[in-house]
Design a protein around this ligand. Structure first.
Ligand code: SF4
Length: 241
């Protein structure tokens, strides 16, 4: 890297916002256009995302399937916590997720809308995020996924892949995932289809190219504008969260 190359991360916000538009447009030919449509119902999205924490997609699905085998949401609340933990054992940390899922279900059951989350479609985004993140076990990522995927609200879920790629490229400085939600949203247009496609394609890129260890910079379409590629001359080290 030559000393006079300015890093993206040192640039003002409007330029980093443009960088994210470029990232989205550059990833589209690689992974395709991603029309915004719900992949599963809102309660499924909510509970599955709690199960997905530090868990593979296959194990998350298996855990959700077995959990629903216990019955409807009321039956899951009524089941002994050990039974719920056993049902979700394919998910990591079932002993802590089981009581949190039951507590979240109780809070929803006792809320005015019950298990029907459709009121989130109309609620101001700030209030919708607060409602969801007030539920036990529900963080900003889970809340953002439900609001964007199911209700096309203008929020941006930041998972580990989105966090890693956007940080390496230099759209945001190094910070935790929680803070990255706020920092990235500030740079992004309030346009749900844009946000959805960027989220999904960054996730794919993080899984296939910009991996935790040994990112495949040599075949990466983002390398010409990537801070990490410039700083490390293409030999980008493993990610340390
Ligand atoms: S150039 Fe390397 S570090 Fe940068 S986004 Fe691509 S794979 Fe990741």
């Amino acid at each position: 890297m030559t000393a006079d190359v300015a890093l993206n991360v040192a640039r003002p916000e409007p330029e980093r916002a443009d960088l994210l538009v470029w990232v989205k447009n550059t990833l589209r030919p690689e992974y395709g256009e991603r029309p915004l449509s719900p992949r599963r119902d809102p309660m499924h999205e909510l509970v599955s995302t709690i199960l997905s924490q530090r868990t593979t997609h296959a194990d998350e699905e298996a855990a959700y399937h077995e959990l629903r085998g216990l019955g409807d949401w009321d039956a899951i609340i009524a089941a002994p916590v050990e039974t719920v933990a056993h049902a979700i054992r394919r998910s990591n940390y079932p002993e802590s997720k089981a009581p949190r899922i039951q507590q979240a279900l109780v809070a929803l059951r006792d809320s005015p809308g019950g298990y029907d989350l459709d009121f989130l479609r109309e609620l101001p985004v700030k209030d919708a995020l607060k409602f969801l993140t007030d539920l036990p076990g529900v963080g900003i990522k889970t809340a953002s996924l439900v609001l964007l995927f199911n209700y096309a609200r203008p929020v941006f879920p930041v998972d580990t892949h989105v966090h890693r790629v956007t940080t390496r490229v230099g759209a945001i400085p190094k910070m935790g995932e929680q803070a990255a939600h706020r920092a990235l949203l500030k740079l992004l247009p309030p346009d749900p289809p844009f946000l959805y496609e960027l989220h999904v394609n960054l996730l794919r890129h993080g899984q296939r190219v910009c991996s935790w260890t040994a990112p495949k910079c040599g075949v990466c379409v983002l390398r010409e504008r990537c801070d990490a590629y410039a700083v490390y001359d293409g030999r980008v080290p493993s990610w340390k969260a």
